[in-house]
Design a protein around this ligand. Sequence first.
Ligand code: HMG
Ligand code: MG
Length: 298
Amino acid sequence: MAFPSQVSIVEVGPRDGLQNEKQILSVEDKVRLIESLSATGLKRIEAGSFVSPKWVPQMGNSMDVFTTLNRSKDVTYSALTPNLKGLESALSVGVKEIAVFGAASESFSLKNINCSVSDSLKRFEPVVELARANGIKVRGYVSCVMGCPYEGNIAPTSVASVSKAMLDMGCYEISLGDTIGTGTPSHTKRLLDEVLKYLPCEKVAAHFHDTYGQALVNLYTALGYGIATIDSSVSGLGGCPYAKGASGNVATEDVLYMLNGMEISTGVDMAKLLNTSKFVAKLLGRPPVSKVANALCA
Ligand code: HMG
Ligand code: MG
């Protein structure tokens, strides 16, 4: 298949990135980060999550982030909601898109959301139903699509069946998470050959972590299948606190550089993105992980 002419980048730094940082950023700093990301031309930003603050303290101020944020009408600011309690919080602060997050690995599901895969699907059902009844779009994540920190290899058939269940439940898009970044291009092919038997490619997003430096080449492979939604984190922030060894998401700057070079449009301004990357790296007191930020900002 031909590469898409346009890609939608979902910026997950304020959620996936910051959930795995030792220091907890203040509401003001998070808001400055998100507003700066909005100004780059990004149209989709995952701004926080309504999960238990005992499980992920870094996201404990998400309600305040949403109430303080100056929301641009051109941008969708989404949040993770693992259960009805999370959805209630999201509704109370006017969130327009939420995400439920499951996994293709039983062990990861237990570690991350404290229930089995089939129980998680049962738990998501009323969340999706109530969200949709309130006009809220629901994204579905499937973690461990190319490997699990506890079980190792994960069969593409397991990924396909959870993805299909979440799509059938009413999720409008399924984001495939290579949570620990172990996938390679051949693995990405095997995964997509299976998943795309059941899901149209316009409903699939690629959410690749860059632990083994494979994320860009895996994204290139996914683009060849027509996948046109890519999740990434400014400055290469990110990881999952319940997946030991998971490093950051692929950096948004690196994805943008590749897409610009392929003449695939995104609407994102590189110079503004690099400024945001430098800004968040300074806040966290370390250089950006992104190769492109290091090359262009040196
Ligand atoms: P649990 O302990 O089974 O939940 O956790 P519970 O219903 O028994 O409640 C226990 C306590 O949590 C209670 O408080 C609840 O009120 C509270 P207590 O009475 O003890 O004071 N609680 C909540 N508080 C705030 N918001 C809520 C909420 N729900 C319950 N929504 C639960 C189950 C799902 C809540 C927990 O396991 C959890 O919060 N997990 C989240 C883990 C997480 O956020 N992981 C990272 C995101 S996933 C990811 O990064 C992967 C992804 O990027 C894709 C990829 O890369 O693969 C998406
Ligand atoms: Mg992730």
